[in-house]
Write a new protein. Structure first.
Ligand code: SAM
Length: 291
């Protein structure tokens, strides 16, 4: 009787691929080790739960091969989730020297895939920090969230998307429709250039320390073309005048500008909060003499 052939020896089980993140200390330890007591002036409210930061990254869509641009990485909770994604690289701009020091180990671990930029995001040209396609993903410092957004809107074609955490009241203003209380300058300018999606709300207790108000993640996708032709500066000028006195009829709030409202198809008795984006664009074109 012949012996059955011996089964070939099994390959030893492969080691699971090493995840550089395994080498990182928990975020609470990072905060303690670097004395990252939250500074109010810098809008510091940290997210320490990776399930939450991963959810934000998922809202940003397909990260494959993109440059992920983060503003205000803080101790790095969202940064870690971005580094777990298939982004080609992650570039983070931070103003607080303490956080920069706390994040230095990430640079050592991830090499060229992670780049830390020391600076004020209000002064940095974000699009210059990495090649397209670029997605901005950030838990923004609340005190500068709106000016930062307005800055990026001026250069919106440089970005595939912006996924941003705002205080809920600002998120409401971004998605507001005409005829609602939250509809104002921010809605007009943002919706003129982008489709805005409300992703999810986060309870204030998700942050350390908790802010006074709830937060909301929104994603902005630049439209291939603005909703209607207009110049950014002129639209800003008109919306500033119109919403500066939002309770007044447009014939009163816009009387300082050389406009013929009726010729632009706008009822002078309307109030700014009822005027759709396209109508503001018509007024802007008329003011620029190309309507
Ligand atoms: N991304 C971190 C997180 O989710 O835990 C921190 C978010 S915290 C709300 C805002 C961060 O933005 C802080 O780290 C703060 O130091 C930083 N920051 C504040 N103002 C900034 C500015 N003008 N430019 C760059 N970073 C800023």
């Amino acid at each position: 009787m012949t012996e059955p052939p011996e089964a070939p020896p099994e390959d030893p089980p492969e080691d699971p691929p090493e995840d550089p993140a395994d080498a990182l200390p928990p975020l609470r330890e990072v905060i303690a080790a670097h004395g990252l007591g939250a500074r109010k002036a810098l809008g510091q409210h940290f997210l320490l739960d990776l399930n939450v930061t991963r959810r934000i990254v998922r809202a940003a869509g397909d990260m494959t091969g993109v440059t992920a641009l983060e503003v205000g990485p803080g101790p790095g909770g969202l940064t870690r989730a971005l580094l777990e994604s298939p982004a080609a690289r992650v570039v983070a701009v931070e103003k607080d020297a303490r956080c920069l020091e706390a994040l230095a180990p990430l640079e050592a671990l991830y090499g060229d895939r992670f780049h830390l930029v020391s600076g004020d995001a209000l002064e940095v040209d974000l699009a210059a920090l990495g090649p397209a396609p670029r997605r901005v993903v950030a838990n923004l410092p609340y005190n500068v969230g709106t000016p930062l957004l307005l800055r990026w809107l001026r250069d919106i074609q440089s970005f595939e998307s912006l996924t941003l955490m705002f205080q809920t009241e600002v998120a409401d203003r971004l998605v507001a429709a005409p005829g609602t209380k939250a509809y104002g300058r921010l809605a007009v300018i943002t919706q003129w250039l982008c489709q805005v999606r409300r992703d999810f709300n986060l309870d204030r207790r998700a942050f350390t320390p908790p802010p006074k108000v709830a937060s909301t993640v929104v994603t902005l996708h630049p439209r291939p073309e603005p909703l209607a032709p207009a110049r950014f500066e002129t639209l800003e000028r008109i919306t500033q005048a119109a919403f500066g006195q939002r309770r007044k009829m447009l014939r009163a709030s816009l009387k300082g500008l050389p406009l013929d409202l009726e010729a632009a198809g706008v009822d002078p008795q309307q109030r700014a909060e009822t005027l759709p984006v396209e109508a503001f664009c018509r007024l802007a074109r008329q003011l620029d003499g190309d309507g």
